[in-house]
Ligand binder design. Structure first.
Ligand code: BGC
Length: 515
């Protein structure tokens, strides 16, 4: 092993396979493979200095997004004016269109009447989005959604409880970048996460949904469109007043925070949508007034100035439905980590360095996105001495029978890719906090990588700690990069979305409706 590879691994101290005892190590890699791995480790390693360079450029891009429309990181204004008080109440229907599923929920918010009980209760149904829908057209998408809403409303008897005159309020969690002129309006900027549905980009998704619901005569009124990051922040703040950021580390990656109005230079302070949000006796200066910003920082560095991209990242980008977009997301989010792993294995197989016995069939390995991030999580979670579950996964999902050497290589690769992802994920949050002068608080995180990858939070915290010189800490209080800690977000797309709808209804009741 070269000195530099050793040094990288030492920096990633508590996760290193190289630190496992010799007994744990399954096999020594032959020289050629070891050299390949050393090269990959170098290509994927994001050093402490590089982290700082990335954060510095990140801050510039966040700032550009706040100053003008149409910037690379759009910093979308979300029209959520406050964090919740925790007293919000009501019954709200919510709809969550994420990457894989559609979820319909009836959320009851109990506010401060919960008295020791859950502050919200949820009745929900989840439907898998058919694969063909993701590359179909707008008609197919909204018809599917309206059908599921109708079924839910009928099954729960909500069509009897509500009427056209007294409709049920609906909050829509739409986890894609959208320009919002108001909270109940959202023009899709671009599809992300592999979606490519025609006829939606450039259109108001709120209106498209409304039209379809109306066609079915459903007693529902769409009150708000919410990004999952904003939902995560609000749902978590409902219970935890230390919440500063809502972040998703899942199929995609992104974060939201409450920005000072005075920093959002692209918003005119005299704009009635801004002034109408202030309560009559509000004497706060623009510095103290806040507005939720959905950063959409998955688009960071689309100009390829600082991120350490490898040939595999370029290949993923070139073969994606939107080449040149979501550069940061394509290096760090769940949709792509498994694909990076697959492309590396395939490259090594094509060069006869792995799976080169006659009885190995690499056909499945040639299928795009055949490996998801859960595969990498399970490899890193597999602590059995002979790595039985990793072998079984290879057999069942890829029809491959890895040798000890190939298992060892897979374990190391899984680590190299996931470590880079976690370290990059820390950069987005570090950029927001250092830019905003946020010195402590909780980053409410959700998403499959944050929740299911066994080592993500620890690695994320360690990288983040570099910006505060803090020591990592773990346990009930959350993993921390010094005073900034990662916590598990409450259900943002259901409960968070409902709280935002309730806040909006309350605001309109006080005459704040500017729509
Ligand atoms: C979307 C964001 C979303 C994130 C996490 C990204 O691809 O553009 O709107 O918040 O994924 O779901």
């Amino acid at each position: 092993m070269t000195a530099s590879a050793k040094q990288h691994i030492t920096e990633e101290a508590y996760t290193s396979w190289r630190q496992r005892s010799e007994l744990d190590k399954l096999a020594d890699l032959p020289r050629e493979l070891d050299e390949e791995l050393t090269q990959l480790d170098q290509d994927f390693w994001v050093s402490g200095n590089k982290l700082k360079e990335i954060v510095s450029r990140f801050r510039e891009e966040l700032d550009e997004g706040l100053s003008k429309d149409g910037q690379n990181i759009p910093m979308n204004v979300a029209w959520v004016h406050n964090l919740p008080t925790g007293k919000e109440k009501g019954t709200i229907l919510t709809l969550d269109l994420g990457g894989t599923n559609l979820r319909v929920c009836k959320v009851d918010l109990h506010g401060d009447e919960a008295q020791g009980k859950e502050k919200s209760t949820l009745d929900q149904e989840q439907y898998t989005l058919p694969e063909e829908l993701k590359t179909g057209d707008a008609e197919g998408l909204w018809t599917f959604i309206a059908e599921k809403v109708e079924t839910f409303v009928e099954d729960k008897g909500l069509d009897k409880e509500y009427s056209k005159e007294q409709p049920m309020p609906l909050g829509f969690t739409f986890s894609y970048p959208a320009t919002q002129e108001r909270i109940d309006h959202a023009v899709l900027q671009t599809w992300t996460k592999g979606f490519d549905i025609k006829g939606v980009e450039g259109n108001d998704v709120a209106q498209q949904l409304r039209d379809k619901l109306e066609e079915r005569g459903l007693p529902i009124e769409l009150v708000c469109v919410v990004n999952d990051t904003v939902g995560a922040m609000i749902a978590s703040a409902y219970n935890d007043s230390k919440t500063i950021i809502g972040a998703i580390f899942g199929t995609g990656c992104n974060a939201a925070y409450m920005a000072s109005l005075s920093d959002i230079r692209k918003l005119d302070p005299k704009d009635e949508r801004v002034t109408a949000t202030q309560t009559p006796n509000q004497s706060n200066s623009a510095k103290d007034q806040k507005m939720a910003i959905n950063c959409e920082y998955g688009a960071f560095d689309n100009a390829h100035r600082v991120l350490p991209r490898t040939q595999y990242d370029s290949q993923i980008d070139a073969e994606s439905p939107r080449p040149g977009e979501q550069t940061f997301e394509k290096l760090s989010a769940g949709l792509y980590l498994g694909e990076i792993f697959r492309l590396i294995l395939l490259d090594l197989a094509d060069r006869n360095l792995v799976f080169n016995d006659d009885d190995q069939d690499t056909e499945k390995l040639r299928t795009s996105y055949a490996i998801d991030t859960g595969f990498l999580s399970q490899i890193e979670d597999d602590e059995s001495p002979s790595f039985t579950s990793t072998r079984t996964m290879f057999r069942q999902q890829l029809n491959l029978n890895p040798s000890d050497v190939e298992i060892e290589l897979a374990r190391r690769l899984a680590e190299v890719i996931a470590v880079r992802g976690a370290r990059l994920c820390a950069c987005g949050v570090a950029a927001i906090c250092t830019k905003e002068g946020i010195k402590k608080g909780h980053v409410a995180a959700d998403g499959s990588v944050a929740n299911k990858h066994p080592k993500f939070k620890r690695r994320w915290a360690k990288a983040l700690g570099r910006f505060w010189g803090g020591r990592r800490s773990g346990g009930a209080g959350g993993w921390g990069g010094g005073p900034i800690k990662i916590t598990s977000a409450e259900d943002g797309s259901g409960v968070g979305c409902a709280i935002i709808a309730a806040m909006e209804i309350g605001r309109r009741g006080k005459g704040g409706n500017v729509s």
